[in-house]
Write a protein that binds this ligand. Structure first.
Ligand code: COA
Length: 258
């Protein structure tokens, strides 16, 4: 792969880095395909957590590649949007938690990739926004759907209709990001959080993610039924016996992922 690098650590933490720094990590079709390919490979590897970040200190992803989009026909644009939807859906449906370490610009498609992750950690210099309408187009990689679900329709519409960029701190206030950390620290903080998550029962974390994701899609009664099923399933795992047993025996649990 030319633009996407994946590192898999012994600690169960995978890091997917988008590296097209000369264009501020903007997304052309090849970059999006490579993100998808990397995420598919990670599905087989089964890490405990995946961190997504951009190379360099300046940019997470500065959006879809405007030079490429400028040449697109409507049908090519549709295909491009579908490619983006497929890659972001792989983040959504990743069985393990995904953390976006937003180290700089997260504009347009960059914000959309961050939105498809479970958790967003932003450096204080990060900038978020959907500039698409300033270009005469609209967010086509999931932004019109994921942003309202995360921050509510009014705030989402203001961002999408105005194209205004917001700083990390404002992004935190509207719940677009979980945490703001000093410049240069987004990745380290994401890694610390990933380590914390990776030390927990991995099957429990996966089922907890599936249950929390369900909350987006179904009514409360169905969601609670789903939660009860996921809860029950865990009682058949060695990890649940180990985790609860370790508490009772006043020792640290050693989870095996079984
Ligand atoms: N698509 C294509 N190229 C992009 C890009 C994008 N989304 N974002 C940045 N680049 C390119 C620039 O064209 C420039 O290329 P060049 O050196 O060949 O001229 C290079 O990346 C560096 O960007 P530059 O604009 O010089 O950096 P800057 O620090 O002055 O400005 C931004 C940074 C992010 C404010 C500015 O690049 C920008 O507004 N980018 C577009 C953001 C956007 O609208 N994204 C949503 C697209 S739907």
């Amino acid at each position: 792969m030319d633009f996407v690098k994946v590192e898999r650590g012994d600690d169960g933490i995978a890091v997917l880095t988008i590296d097209r720094q000369e264009k501020l990590n903007s997304l052309n079709p090849q970059v999006i395909e490579e993100i998808g390919q990397a995420l598919l490979e990670l599905e087989n590897d089964q890490p405990r957590v995946t961190i997504v970040t951009g190379a360099g200190e300046k940019s997470f992803i500065a959006g879809a590649d405007i030079a490429v989009m400028n040449e697109m026909t409507p049908l090519e644009a549709k295909r491009f949007a579908e490619l983006g939807h497929a890659a972001t859906a792989l983040l959504d449906r990743s069985p393990v938690p995904t953390i976006a370490a937003v180290n700089g610009f997260a504009l347009g498609g960059g914000c959309e990739v961050a939105l498809a992750c479970d958790i967003r950690i932003a450096a204080e210099n990060a900038l978020f926004g959907f500039p698409e309408v300033t270009l005469g187009i609209l967010p086509g990689l999931g932004g019109t759907q994921r942003l309202p679900r995360l921050v509510g329709p009014g705030v989402a519409k203001e961002m999408i209709f105005s194209g205004r960029r917001i700083k990390a701190e404002e992004a935190r206030m509207i719940n677009l990001v979980n945490r703001v950390v000093p410049e240069g620290e987004a990745f380290n903080t994401a890694r610390e959080l990933a380590e914390e998550i990776a030390s927990n029962g991995p099957i429990a974390v996966r089922h907890a993610k599936a249950a929390a994701n369900k909350a987006q899609d179904v009514d409360l009664v169905s969601g609670l039924e789903y939660e009860a099923d996921q809860f029950a399933l865990l009682f058949g795992t060695e990890d649940a016996r180990e985790g609860m047993g370790a508490f009772i025996e006043k020792r640290k649990a050693e989870f095996k992922g079984r």
